[in-house]
Ligand binder design. Sequence first.
Ligand code: AMP
Ligand code: FE
Ligand code: FE
Ligand code: ZN
Length: 295
Amino acid sequence: MAHLPPGLADESRIDLHAHTRCSDGTDDVDALVRHAAEEGLDVVALTDHDTTAGWDEAAEASRRHGVAVIPGIEVSTECEDLSVHVLALLPDPSPSTALHSHMERARESRGTRARRMVERLAADHPIRWEDVEAQVAGESTTVGRPHIADALVARGVVADRTEAFGDLLSSSSPYYVRYWAPEPAQAVRAIVAAGGVAVVAHPGALTRGSTIPDDLLEEMVAAGLAGIEVDHREHDDVSRARLRAFARSHELLVTGGSDYHGAGKPNRLGENLTRPSVLAALIERATSRTEVLLP
Ligand code: AMP
Ligand code: FE
Ligand code: FE
Ligand code: ZN
């Protein structure tokens, strides 16, 4: 079981959802942790999509900037065309786990999918695969639509990521292509089997198509879901109230996170926070050897 960050107090500021250039954020790991310090955070979770690539660098960044870092992943899952993201906190990162296999397969499929989307886009717009490659930080980066968006911006096709997602890259666009991801309950089981703690990310985010229905959430609870990210910028008051009630009736922990992506999105680090008592309960549920990275 992982240890609690020492000095965790009622007023500690904890953001459990943030991205870097290891996936579709624009900060490198060091910059993310520096920005977390500048925003007065005590703890930030590093939750890049389908990868643990940033974890090693995070240990050094934590020491340099005095912010505790929770090693995490935002695991892509899919259920009947509905994209469901699951935060995995403190899982075992070793390649022997089912979680690792899921992530590898999803990353590979994301790469193929991005190429196919660019092929479709190229029929009508000035974009080539090389333009997307130029936006991707490195070999191990999890490629996503935001990288295609950045390539479209660089080519002057759209002004920013938001515009790209509003039309060309939306899931209802003719250019959209799906990628492989495990089913939500399957991913939750894999996270728990890897000793991690599973928290469903932004389950009420309407902007992503549709909210996750109760019966699917219940399946995830049965698979070992520990928490639900209620405080997220894409949840309105009605959605937060519904999710809080669901959490209460299913004994789930309630988290909050910014879903910070650097310059790629307006989300500010620390704009939504998780209570220290909730972090303590999450850490207590982790069973892997993965530790919170301490300054
Ligand atoms: P993908 O995982 O490749 O399907 O792309 C989805 C990712 O795009 C999400 O993780 C978000 O970070 C990002 N995204 C979704 N909508 C927007 C938006 N309107 N503006 C910027 N980024 C977005
Ligand atoms: Fe993202
Ligand atoms: Fe997400
Ligand atoms: Zn996210």
